[in-house]
Design a protein around this ligand. Structure first.
Ligand code: CO
Length: 134
């Protein structure tokens, strides 16, 4: 059911500094910071040949990644994003197998404007999973 690894997301305290690490030390293709107030994050995408890295910095008081950063002040890996061709069919298949979908269970527009859902880390080996319809 899942296709390509779309991105690996890393929560950071200072997105400019993190972007500099990827650009200047690792020599990667690093995009510009984009604020997504409806998601409570500022994002920078790093484009690799085979996938992307999504750097996330909390934006605003109610940011969903603020608590993660409080527990991991040096930053850390936050989620993996897998591509699916039909997100509603994927959700229904997973729910039928007992998987917990976060939030109200309805897809939201993600960082690329495409529908996304998040799945409970306890159902996936301790890793938060994002599904993105491509
Ligand atoms: Co993501």
């Amino acid at each position: 059911m899942i296709g390509r690894l779309n991105h690996v997301a890393i929560v950071v305290a200072d997105i400019q500094q993190a972007a500099g690490v990827y650009r200047d030390i690792l020599g990667a293709d690093v995009g510009k910071p984009v604020d997504l107030p409806e998601h409570g994050v500022t994002t920078v995408f790093v484009t690799l040949d085979n996938t992307k890295i999504e750097l996330l910095q909390p934006l605003g008081e109610a940011s969903p990644v603020a608590r993660f950063l409080a527990r991991n002040p040096g930053g850390g890996m936050h989620h993996l994003c897998y591509e699916v061709s039909d997100i509603l069919a994927a959700r229904d298949r997973l729910v039928a197998r007992g998987v917990r979908v976060l939030g109200d269970g309805e897809p939201k527009a993600g960082a690329h404007g495409k529908p996304v859902l998040f799945l409970h880390p306890k159902d996936f080996c301790g890793t938060l999973i994002e599904l993105e319809q491509v």
